[in-house]
Write a protein that binds this ligand. Structure first.
Ligand SMILES: NC(=O)c1ccc[n+]([C@@H]2O[C@H](COP(=O)([O-])OP(=O)(O)OC[C@H]3O[C@@H](n4cnc5c(N)ncnc54)[C@H](O)[C@@H]3O)[C@@H](O)[C@H]2O)c1
Length: 321
């Protein structure tokens, strides 16, 4: 990761959801840069092994319930939330709580400590965007079904953003919101309800099971390799000029799900056949961010190609599955 212009040396940082995929990568970089890190996680979808190599303070706790700290934080990063579509179906109330009650608790800590606050929102807040708004800029307000199967996540994240803006307005807090687009890489959990499209396809390909594409596979996503994503998030957290900003961080290269399936099959030399299953309700047809703002404000752009990122990710799953 490029470090120019950003430093967390000597900073005291609270990371909620730090035992998860993105949270553990963030803790890694923060510790590497000399920050003092406290992680709060209830292992809803995270794993102890993601952070056991790190010298950090760990507290097992559900962030939707109040918690007090003695030390003073400089930065609070709220990541705690399940994020897989299969989890939306099984744990919708937990997801709503993590992004409403949970963000309320996390904002309260940041307010008390006069700390900067960063919230990990999502491209899902755009719902199924009107094709005229692809690539999607931060100014697009979204096309979201408030009562559909994804609403526990989409609407919770939209409420989370509203919480952040309310605390900024009423208490003058220094806040930042990152809208993350599909990120993949080592430590992304596979299997059962945790798998997301990249981890699910790789797991299926490596085990010779059918690769299950929903619908015809023409729906698109923008896939960002984890080191690129983390760099963008940390630049947003670190730069003074990003105060109050909402920024898309993701690859601006759109890839269809069928293309992704074929790529993973090829890169794993898998005998798996690609099979088609019904498209879930409200599955977004296209997803691609406009990243003009991230380029200008954060001097950030993704650098890892999908093929390169998938090769690294596949190698990790081969060693760790
Ligand atoms: N990875 C992506 O592509 C992506 C895309 C958009 C947004 N995001 C957001 O980034 C954040 C991290 O996502 P991830 O991919 O690392 O997911 P993840 O499931 O790997 O990590 C989430 C972490 O939060 C913890 N957690 C969940 N509910 C909690 C609670 N109530 N109290 C304490 N800890 C709790 C989990 O145990 C887990 O460790 C989430 O907020 C997610 O919505 C991720």
């Amino acid at each position: 990761m490029k470090k120019e212009g950003i430093s967390f040396e000597g900073k005291n940082v609270l990371v909620t959801g730090g035992a998860g995929f993105l949270g553990s990568w963030i803790c890694d970089v923060l510790v590497h840069q000399g920050a003092k890190v406290t992680c709060v996680d209830n292992f809803a979808s995270g794993l102890a092994k993601n952070i056991e190599h790190l010298k950090i303070k760990f507290i097992e706790h559900d962030i939707s319930k109040p918690i007090e700290f003695d030390e003073k934080f400089d930065l609070v990063m709220h990541l705690a939330s399940r994020a897989s579509p299969f989890e939306f179906a099984r744990y919708p109330i937990q997801i709503l709580k993590a992004n409403t009650l949970g963000i309320w608790v996390a904002l309260g800590i940041a307010k008390k400590h006069k700390a900067r606050f960063l919230y990990t929102s999502t491209s899902e807040i755009y719902g199924d965007p009107d094709p005229r708004f692809i690539p999607t800029p931060e100014s697009y307000n979204g096309n979201v079904n408030p009562t559909g199967p994804r609403s526990c996540y989409d609407e919770a994240k939209r409420a989370g953003e509203a919480f952040v803006k309310a605390y900024e307005l009423q208490h003058g807090m220094d806040t930042r919101i990152v809208r993350i687009f599909n990120t993949y890489g080592p430590r992304m959990r596979a299997g059962d309800i945790y798998g997301r499209v990249v981890s699910r396809f790789i797991e299926q390909a490596l085990s010779g099971k059918p690769i299950t594409v929903f619908g015809g596979g023409s729906q698109t996503r923008s896939f960002t390799y984890v080191t690129d994503e983390i760099e963008g998030i940390l630049r947003l957290a670190a730069l003074d000029e990003a105060e109050g900003e909402v920024v898309n961080i993701g690859s601006d290269k759109e890839t269809s799900i069928l293309e992704l399936a074929k790529m993973i099959k090829k890169l794993t030399n898998s005998p798996s056949e690609i099979v088609f299953q019904p498209l879930p309700k409200d599955d977004p047809r296209r997803r691609c961010p406009d990243i003009t703002k991230a380029k200008k404000l954060l001097k950030w752009k993704p650098g890892v190609s999908l093929e390169e990122g998938l090769r690294k990710t596949i190698a990790w799953y081969e060693a760790n599955l």
